[in-house]
Design a protein around this ligand. Structure first.
Ligand code: ATP
Ligand code: MG
Length: 267
């Protein structure tokens, strides 16, 4: 039997008295595009940081392609490409230099580095802008540059924390088209968080909805919608899971929409 790309068993993490992640069980199949959804503070980023080894984990709770994250940190890191929620490209360097830095960090053999950097920049459509400094890039170009940084080591698992936040609709679909194309070409597994339910619906094979540190719903977008009732959207599932008083209280809807607008502005 093939190992799952990611297996989380009873994963928890606290910051002081805040229980950010509270007993998460997840299994992601190789080649899947898996969406981790949930409101601000649900525990999504914390979960991703544990999977990427950036936060400590006890043994026997998380494996990546069968490799225990706590026991074999370096081996796990070699399997993963990660685009964090905060912008991580260096504005003073060119696109090519930014990607080359990651190629060195992730042990791409010296003889193959220049070629792999070019391939990664090509994949995200930045070949023509590769030798401009990144501070002159638009938000969408920066996000694609970060995708190239994560792809340069040919990871088996690509982890993206809100890859499209703050982008215009055209830039959002450009990022997603790159992601799905690469998945089709290489069979790479993709674990992604997003606040955009339309993106999750369109591009994710399965999603988990997190709320207050726990997985509250899990399945294909279509299954979750069907379970909630005829004509439901993923937005409705999200509201049902997070306890929004959609049916009874108009103020509730407005306040959620306002909160989401704020979240988008703050990135
Ligand atoms: N470094 C930290 N120190 C203290 N508390 C933290 C830290 N990182 C996260 N938290 C807390 O843990 C909880 C989960 O945060 P997390 O960043 O995982 O949520 P999230 O689902 O990624 O939210 P968002 O959608 O806003 O990115 C929140 O209550 C947050 O305040
Ligand atoms: Mg987050």
């Amino acid at each position: 039997m093939t190992e799952p790309a990611v297996r989380c068993t009873g994963v928890s993490h606290s910051f002081g008295t805040t229980r950010a992640v509270d007993g998460v069980d997840l299994e992601i199949a190789p080649g899947e595009v898996f969406g981790l959804l949930g409101p601000n503070g649900a525990g999504k980023t914390t979960t991703l940081r544990m999977i990427t080894t950036l936060l400590p984990t006890a043994p026997d709770h998380i494996t990546v392609f069968g490799v225990d994250v706590a026991r074999r940190r370096m081996a796990v890191r070699r399997l993963i490409g990660y685009v964090p929620q905060q912008l991580s490209a260096d504005g003073a360097l060119t696109g090519r230099e930014n990607v080359a830095l990651f190629a060195r960090l992730f042990d791409v053999p010296r003889a193959r580095r220049a070629g792999e950097v070019r391939r990664a920049l090509d994949l995200v459509g930045l070949a023509d802008d590769a030798d401009r400094v990144a501070k002159g890039y638009s938000g969408g170009m920066i996000r694609r540059l970060e995708l190239a940084q994560a792809l340069v080591s040919s990871p088996r698992l690509l982890i993206l924390d809100e890859p499209t936040i703050g982008l215009d609709p055209v830039a959002r679909s450009a990022v997603w088209e790159r992601i799905t194309q690469i998945r089709t070409d290489t069979g790479m597994t993709v674990l992604v968080t997003t606040h955009y339910m339309d993106e999750a619906e369109q591009y994710c094979d399965r999603v988990a909805l997190m709320h207050t540190g726990r997985v509250r719903a899990l399945g294909t977008p279509a299954d979750l919608e069907t379970d909630l009732g005829p004509g439901s959207t993923l937005d409705d599932v999200f509201r049902a899971v997070t306890g929004d008083r959609l049916e009874t209280d108009e103020g509730g809807i407005r306040s959620v929409r306002a909160a989401r607008r704020t979240a988008r502005r703050l990135g």
